[in-house]
Design a protein around this ligand. Structure first.
Ligand code: S3P
Length: 448
């Protein structure tokens, strides 16, 4: 059964100005999709810049278990020889997706319309997360799911041997659910239609088109309507994975709150379905310039020049939530160092991430001397202003990489050091985090 290694206590201390170039790793969402779409294609997919975090490595292993040939040629440089749409073989053993909700939900989607059976599990965090949001729509195609109470892993999916196409409106803003339905729709005859009321990250749609699928997106009064023609022949592609804006968020926010900092974060995706944090930071008074706007790997990217800034709290528009859903933990850290109040509403999806991120941030910020308010769908942070966060706590990370990195960023600008009880989950998305931050001048160490 999946676990993660021994806990790694890590500590961040008040740091001098951060300087240098922060080259963050490849995008996690795009990396998962590159491997999965490569496996569902005919021929060879060549991937550069793949994120080699544990989440993505677990997806690579899963694609091998379903019959694809996945080879690592060098750092970030991978090839996938696919089996084609509908070509998945039945895995011989349980598929362990580790910590990755994206991995398990997307893979459940793409095996749900082939006549095979697979059993999925994950680590203690993933085994708590709801899978009903994916098993409900794949049941409409004809797949069956048997899991633990509350739709939790371990879970067995019996794929539909004779799938029917589906029209589905996602009940929550979730790119994972949307993507699972689209991937299931690949092997159903006819048209599968997914409607989402609020736009979520659109990498699956962009990449499906790039791999040769017939996919149409319309903006309507009901939301974004995505129509996919089933049973296409996808063909292997070259995929250059752009850098991950969700990982860039950590050095960017650190530079904003550590006085005198001035850093460059090159090649960060500016995809409008992902860049809500940067818009929010600028509204809070952040000095960020977006240089060399260009296209890389089918995504708009820019080099971000970030200088430390006097920040003020704002009310983040709830309709922006989907475009920055993974960035609220680190935003709440920035909010603690800003003057005034930052109000984050419409964020209940944070409660079902790798941890309950509203609770994890609220408890940790309180332990660091910051006043917060919360309800099921809201987090409010009363900022103390630059240099005024007391710190001096050990924060629980709940097997959640973004909680660990967020509190380590706060420790760089708090009066007393901040520790996290377990930094090991950082390896799921940003294995180079510690070295990269230390290289900029951050005082982050292992131990107390
Ligand atoms: C992701 C979608 C988001 C996000 C996750 C990655 C994806 O989850 O939180 O880190 O790659 O599709 P939801 O779809 O559950 O919002």
């Amino acid at each position: 059964m999946s676990g993660h290694g021994d806990p790694i206590l890590m500590t961040a201390r008040k740091s001098a100005a951060l300087h240098g170039v922060a080259e963050v790793p490849g995008d996690k969402s795009i990396s998962h999709r590159a491997l999965i779409l490569g496996a569902l294609s005919v021929g060879r997919t060549e991937i550069t810049g793949l994120l080699e975090g544990q989440d993505v490595l677990d997806t690579a292993k899963a694609m091998r278990a379903f019959g694809a040939t996945v080879t690592r040629n060098g750092p970030g440089d991978w090839t996938v020889e696919g089996v084609g749409v509908g070509g998945f073989a039945e895995p011989e053993d349980v598929i362990d997706c580790g910590n990755s909700g994206t991995g398990v939900r997307l893979i459940m989607g793409c095996m749900a319309t082939s006549g095979i059976t697979a059993t999925f599990t994950g680590d203690a965090s993933l085994r708590k997360r709801p899978m009903g949001r994916v098993t409900d729509p794949i049941a409409l195609f004809g797949a069956r799911a048997v899991g633990r109470q509350g739709g939790r892993l371990p879970m067995t999916i019996v794929g539909a041997a004779d799938p029917v196409p589906v029209s589905y409106t996602t009940p929550m803003p979730s790119a994972q659910v949307k993507s699972a339905v689209l991937l299931a729709g690949l092997n159903a005859p006819g048209q599968t239609v997914v409607t989402e009321r609020e736009a979520t990250r659109d990498h699956t749609e962009r990449m499906l088109r790039g791999f040769g699928a017939d996919i149409r997106v319309e903006e309507t009064a009901e939301g974004r309507v995505i129509t996919l023609q089933g049973q296409p022949e996808l063909t292997g592609q070259k995929v250059a994975v752009p850098r991950d804006p969700s990982s860039a968020a950590f050095p960017v926010c650190a530079a904003l709150i550590v006085p005198g900092s001035d850093i460059l974060v090159p090649g960060v995706s500016q995809n409008p379905t992902r860049n809500g944090l940067f818009t929010t930071l600028v509204e809070m008074g952040a000095d960020i310039t977006f240089e060399n706007l260009r296209e890389e790997g089918g995504e708009p990217v820019a080099d971000l020049r970030v200088r430390s800034s006097a920040l003020h709290g704002i009310a983040v528009p709830p309709e922006r939530a989907a475009s920055m859903i993974d960035e609220y933990p680190v935003l709440s850290v920035v909010a603690a160092c800003a003057t005034g109040t930052t109000v984050m509403r419409g964020v209940k999806e944070l409660r079902v991430k790798e941890s309950d991120r509203i609770d994890a941030m609220a408890r940790g910020l309180e332990a660091c001397g910051v006043t917060i308010e919360e309800d099921q769908d809201t987090l409010i942070v009363h900022g103390l202003g630059a240099g005024n966060v007391p710190g001096g706590a050990t924060c629980a990370t709940h097997i959640d990489h973004r909680i660990a990195m967020s509190f380590l960023v706060l420790g760089l600008a708090s009066q007393a050091p901040i520790s996290v009880d377990d930094g090991s989950p950082i390896a799921t998305s940003f294995p180079a985090f510690e070295g990269l931050m230390v290289g900029l001048g951050a005082q982050i160490t292992r131990g107390a």
